[in-house]
Design a protein around this ligand. Structure first.
Ligand code: SF4
Length: 182
């Protein structure tokens, strides 16, 4: 509890209010907007929207050569249009707000090796209410714990992976998912 309080205090001092600009959900000039999403989060979005896995997520576009041939990647990210995340509407609102991934809930904050990191965002510097800062702190801690567990499980699965030549797969916390790549 103390950890939440201390983190909330740090967030409050940094300052943050979402300005609803949609900037963190849009693709920049360098095409850098990749929203990582875990397997349980994809399943939560499937339940919320009725969409299929492939309609929600695409493989993280960093393919690594496997020992026996083939290639793999170690994450999923939310699908994007040419301009933004597919779940951002014309009014710059998130259409899956209750089921949005933890990375979206905590942006621009993240816990990295126990310390608070703050990413570029026009909303920083604005004073949040105490309850907003507490909620952000709780979500940062929840995200850190979920990401650690997910990474451990993914690593275990990766250690047993065997890919044939020309096979492509995404390794996640549920298993090795072979996919077809153009
Ligand atoms: S899921 Fe929602 S909050 Fe996250 S990037 Fe997409 S539109 Fe933005």
């Amino acid at each position: 509890m103390e950890k939440v309080h201390d983190l909330a205090e740090e967030i409050r001092k940094t300052g943050f209010q979402c300005l609803m600009c949609g900037g963190c959900c849009a693709r920049g000039e360098d095409d850098g907007m990749l929203v990582l999403v875990s397997a349980p989060e994809i399943r939560a979005i499937m339940d919320h929207t009725g969409l299929a896995w492939d309609e929600i997520a695409e493989p993280y576009p960093e393919w690594i050569p496997a020992e026996g041939g083939g290639e793999f990647t170690l994450a999923w990210c939310l699908r994007r249009t040419e301009k933004a995340c597919i779940f951002l509407d014309e009014q710059k609102r998130c259409t899956i707000y209750p089921a949005r991934p933890l990375i979206c809930r905590t942006y621009p904050f993240a816990l990295e090796e126990g310390s608070l990191s703050v990413y570029a965002c026009p909303g920083t510097g604005h004073t949040p209410s105490c309850s907003e800062a507490e909620t952000l702190a709780e979500e940062c801690i929840r995200r850190d714990s979920a990401e650690t567990k997910d990474a451990e499980r993914t690593r275990e699965i990766f250690m047993t992976m065997e890919l044939g030549p020309n096979e492509h797969a995404v390794v996640d916390s549920e298993g090795v998912k072979r996919i077809w790549v153009k």
